[in-house]
Ligand binder design. Structure first.
Ligand SMILES: Nc1ncnc2c1ncn2[C@@H]1O[C@H](COP(=O)(O)OP(=O)(O)OP(=O)(O)O)[C@@H](O)[C@H]1O
Ligand SMILES: [Mg+2]
Length: 276
């Protein structure tokens, strides 16, 4: 049976402000979903909350991974179940080489052991062989392995490092938050093709992106549009194409959140009345 990540009636807030409102989404192993939506609509909030970021409070709703209540688990336990998140803004970890980080992460995830200190490391020789093969497969330069994790990496290099993590960790469901942001046109192709190589019946992907360009390489079967913390439209590839042509205007209008409303909202607010 294929693994499924099921999100039901999810409400999430950040520092007391509700951001995600009544979100429903199911991603199965082997399926490719794209999540699109204007800036600030809550896409990263959803991704961060799914990985257990402490700042994001789950007010109500449920998230299950093969029936297991994900919200009760620590982040590393979620990773062990087979959930992976590539961050929109990966953090640098000076002092920890990419190779060492990957060896620890892969060992922890594969051992099924949630306590890092007791994790038995994969033998060096075996690990190195696997890392080399995957780096080659993804066209990642070998010097990457010796560098500190994300430290001084260019935007594009960080994104490639994440795809390498994805390849090494072999999750069942991966959430990729703007894996294409800041990439030049060639890098979008390389990242797109690399992710595409990893896609198959064992991997389900939720790709958060603003640009259909990445989706030319990783063609989603399902496209969802998020607006103001809700998924307001779900469809196929044609939805992404429609956005590219018309932008979010028609969708905002349809769901009653027009730019005009946003502009009028501030009328009574002293901060906004300064405009006059
Ligand atoms: N850590 C935080 N502290 C304060 N506000 C936050 C935090 N995280 C998210 N928010 C707020 O939640 C809303 C949704 O943000 P989020 O990052 O989820 O949007 P997004 O859809 O990923 O946007 P983008 O396309 O720009 O990446 C925004 O108004 C944002 O300011
Ligand atoms: Mg975001």
């Amino acid at each position: 049976m294929s693994t499924e990540l099921v999100i039901k009636d999810l409400h999430i807030s950040v520092e007391g402000t509700p951001i995600i409102k009544n979100l429903n989404l199911t991603v199965r192993q082997g399926e490719i979903h794209a999540l699109m939506g204007p800036n600030g609509s809550g896409k990263s909030t959803l991704a961060n909350a799914l990985m257990g970021h402490p700042l994001y409070e789950i007010d109500s709703g449920e998230v299950t991974f093969d029936g297991v209540d994900v919200l009760e688990l620590e982040s590393n336990e979620r990773a062990k179940l087979g959930l992976f998140l590539a961050f929109q803004y990966p953090t640098a970890v000076p002092g920890v080489s990419m190779a060492n980080f990957l060896r620890m992460a892969v060992s922890a995830v594969r051992s099924g052991n949630s306590n890092g200190s007791e994790t038995k490391l994969i033998p060096m020789r075996e690990f190195r062989r696997e890392l080399r093969t995957k780096m080659k497969q993804l066209g990642v330069d070998e010097s990457f392995a010796r560098r500190y994790l994300n430290d001084g990496f260019s935007g594009g290099e960080k994104k490639r490092a994440e795809v390498l993590q994805l390849a090494m960790l072999e999750p069942k469901i991966a959430i990729l938050d703007e894996t294409d942001s800041g990439l030049d046109i060639d890098a979008v192709r390389i990242v797109g093709e690399s992710v595409n190589q990893l896609i198959g019946p064992n991997l389900g992907v939720l790709i958060i992106t603003h640009y259909p360009r990445l989706l030319n390489y990783i063609r989603p079967e399902f496209v969802h549009i998020m607006l103001d913390g809700r998924i307001v439209e779900s469809g196929g590839w044609e939805l992404a194409q429609l956005l590219e042509e018309k932008g979010y205007g028609p969708i905002r209008e349809k769901y009653g959140i027009s730019e005009e409303v946003l502009a009028n909202e501030g009328d009574q607010d002293p901060l906004f009345s300064l405009r006059r």
